[in-house]
Design a protein around this ligand. Structure first.
Ligand SMILES: [Zn+2]
Length: 254
């Protein structure tokens, strides 16, 4: 079956079940049902960051900005049914890997279709991170004492300077799942920056409901994507992305 017909199935499943899925996640943050379709059959562990993405990386942990706690990639999983995880999203990733292998981004551009598939893939990461942020309790607010009451609250309630009231967090979750059911990414094409990278290691940072930067060392390609901002041109998106990348590296003292 072609990648396109598989994605038709994904959109259909999300459209039909999104209310049920989000209601269930809100009711029980650590529910054991597929986070894409709500099925409780043939559940698998879906990696938030797929293993092939960081396979060349020697450092196997990442740090969450709010918690300051270290997470191990291969232990960071969410429940997804076999059809959503291995069949549909697995095919999307295999398809994209093939595209990444066959293009040198210094010389060529991806097709419009590939651009839209990359956006969809990054949107699946964003949705998984939002679910993960709801499931993970905050251990410690950066630079403050541990407060037991706060320790029971999900990390998502503490993300960034934006409104992080529970109702806002849940509506962000709803929109990030809904995005997976939208076929056309045409309005968002400018929000994706494709960069060439020589960095030998995997590198990644993410801000929920905001942006993601992900470097795929083995393919010499990196992506910066704004989940909610639209731009008049690629150039203005690229300038905004550069600002954030600069700050991020400066903050880490590198
Ligand atoms: Zn599913």
């Amino acid at each position: 079956m072609s990648i396109n017909s598989k994605l038709v199935q994904l959109r259909k499943k999300v459209r039909l079940n999104q209310k049920k899925v989000i209601d269930e996640i809100i009711r029980d943050h650590s529910t054991n049902t597929c986070i894409f379709c709500g099925s409780s059959e043939q559940l698998t562990k879906e990696h938030v960051i797929p293993q092939w993405v960081y396979s060349r990386c020697t450092k196997r942990t990442f740090v969450t900005t709010t918690n300051g706690a270290s997470q191990t990639y291969n232990k960071t999983t969410l429940p997804a049914c076999k059809d959503c995880n291995s069949n549909i999203l697995g095919s999307l990733e295999r398809h994209l890997k093939h595209e990444f292998e066959n293009i040198d981004v210094r010389k060529q551009e991806f097709s419009r279709e590939t651009y839209e598939l990359i956006i969809l893939w990054l949107e699946t990461l964003e949705y998984k991170f939002q679910v993960l942020d709801l499931r993970r309790n905050l251990n410690k607010v950066k630079g403050s004492e541990y407060i037991p009451y706060i320790g029971k609250m999900p990390i998502s309630m503490f993300q960034g300077p934006a409104d992080t009231s529970p109702s806002k967090v849940f509506s962000n979750l709803r929109s990030s799942l809904k995005a997976l059911s939208v076929k056309s990414k045409s309005k968002k094409l400018n929000s994706l920056c494709v960069l060439y990278t020589k960095n030998p290691d995997f590198h990644f940072f993410h801000s929920s409901n905001n942006f993601i930067f992900i470097e795929l060392a083995q393919y010499g390609v990196a992506f910066f994507y704004f989940f909610n901002r639209t731009f008049d041109s690629h150039e203005s998106a690229s300038l905004a992305a550069q600002e954030i990348v600069k700050k991020e590296y400066a903050g880490k003292g590198t």
